[in-house]
Design a binder for this molecule. Structure first.
Ligand code: R5P
Length: 310
C-alpha cells in the first residue's frame, strides 16, 4: 500500500501516514507559468495499492484538477488499484437540479474522477449519502459521528445536552448523534412566510436551560449556523456549541463565527485549517486521521469498513 497527497491537505495526509506507520509517497504537484498543473510521481507504484488523499476544497477547481491528474499519473504508472481518498468532497451540494436548465455538478465530478482512472472512492460525511450512487465504482462514505460524539462526551454533561439540527434537511444527521449520545433532539425550522418578508426561525422542541449542540455537515458562510445559534439563545438555551464536519469557512465566515454568541465551533481537519481558523478563539479542530487511516488499512486488507461504525 502507498499513500500520496495533493496540495489540498498535506497535514491530514501526513497524519494518516503516521497512523499507518508509512512514509508519505513522493510526488510533486507543480504549476507551469500559465498555471497548468503538472504532476510527477517520484517513486515506483507498479502493482501497488495506491491511495491519493485530496480534499476538493478551496480553491476547489485547482484541487479537483490536481486529484484528476494525480489519478491519471498513477494509472499510467501501472498502479494495481487507485483509491481517491476525498475527505471533503466539494461540489456535493450540487446533487440535484434546483431548477430548469441547471447542472448536477456532483454527478459530473463523480464521472470525472471515475474517468481519470480511480477504482474506488473513500470519503467522509457526504452532503447527501445518495451521492455514492453517482459513482459506478465502490464508494465508502465514512461518518464523523464517532469522533464527534467522543469529543462531546469529554466536554459536556450529557444530562443537560440537546442536539439540534440547524435546518430540516439535517435532521437525519443530527438524529444519529442524538441517538449515540442518548440525548433529545430539536430542530430549527427556517421559514419565509411570504415572499419579500425576512426568514423566521422557529425552534421545534423546548431548549430552555439546555446546552445546545448544533450538528451539520458543512459550515460555509456561517449564515445557517450563526442564525440558528441566535434563534436557540432567544428561545432560552443556556449555551450553543456547534459540531460541524467540514469547515469550509469561506470569505468572512471566521469573523462571523468569532463575533457570534457561539460558545465554540468544533470542526474536523477534512479541510486544512487556515491561520485565521487556527487563531480563532472559539474554533477548535479535531482530527479524522485515525478514522480515515483505519478505513484505508481495512480497504487494503479487504476487511469491512462499515464495521468501524458498529
Ligand atoms: C446545507 O444544506 C448544508 O448542510 C449547510 O447547512 C450549508 O452548506 C451551510 O452553509 P452556510 O454556512 O453558508 O450557511
Amino acid at each position: 500500500m502507498k499513500v500520496f497527497a495533493g496540495n489540498s491537505n498535506r497535514l491530514l495526509a501526513e497524519a494518516i501516514c503516521n497512523y499507518l506507520n508509512l512514509p508519505l509517497g513522493k510526488a510533486t504537484v507543480r504549476r507551469f507559468a500559465d498555471q497548468e498543473i503538472f504532476v510527477e510521481i517520484q517513486e515506483n507504484v507498479r502493482g501497488e495499492d495506491v491511495f491519493v488523499v485530496q480534499s476538493t476544497s478551496f480553491p476547489t477547481n485547482d484541487h479537483l484538477m490536481e486529484l484528476l491528474i494525480m489519478i491519471d499519473a498513477m494509472r499510467r504508472s501501472s498502479a494495481r488499484r487507485i483509491t481517491a481518498v476525498i475527505p471533503y468532497f466539494g461540489y456535493a451540494r450540487q446533487d440535484r437540479k434546483p431548477g430548469p436548465r441547471t447542472p448536477i455538478s456532483a454527478k459530473l465530478v463523480a464521472n470525472l474522477i471515475t474517468e481519470a482512472g480511480a477504482d474506488r472512492v473513500l470519503t467522509l460525511d457526504l452532503h447527501a449519502g445518495q451521492i455514492q450512487g453517482f459513482f459506478d465504482i465502490p464508494t465508502d462514505n465514512l461518518y464523523a459521528v464517532p469522533i464527534l460524539s467522543r469529543d462531546v462526551k469529554e466536554h459536556y454533561n450529557l444530562e443537560n445536552v440537546m442536539v439540534v439540527s440547524p435546518d430540516v434537511g439535517g435532521v437525519v444527521r443530527a438524529r444519529a448523534l442524538a441517538k449515540r449520545l442518548d440525548c433529545q433532539l430539536a430542530i430549527v425550522d427556517k421559514r419565509r412566510e411570504r415572499a419579500g418578508e425576512s426568514e423566521v426561525m422557529n425552534v421545534i422542541g423546548d431548549v430552555t436551560g439546555k446546552d445546545c449542540l448544533l450538528i451539520d455537515d458543512i459550515v460555509d458562510s456561517g449564515g445557517t449556523l450563526c442564525n440558528a445559534a441566535e434563534a436557540l439563545l432567544k428561545n432560552g438555551a443556556t449555551s450553543v456549541t456547534a459540531y460541524i464536519t467540514h469547515g469550509v469557512l469561506s470569505g468572512g465566515a471566521v469573523a462571523r463565527v468569532t463575533s457570534s454568541k457561539l460558545k465554540e465551533l468544533v470542526i474536523t481537519d477534512t479541510i486544512q485549517p487556515t491561520t485565521a481558523v487556527q487563531s480563532a478563539h472559539n474554533i477548535r479542530v479535531i482530527s479524522t486521521s485515525s478514522l480515515i487511516g483505519e478505513a484505508i488499512n481495512r480497504t487494503s486488507q479487504e476487511e469491512s469498513v462499515s464495521s468501524l461504525f458498529d
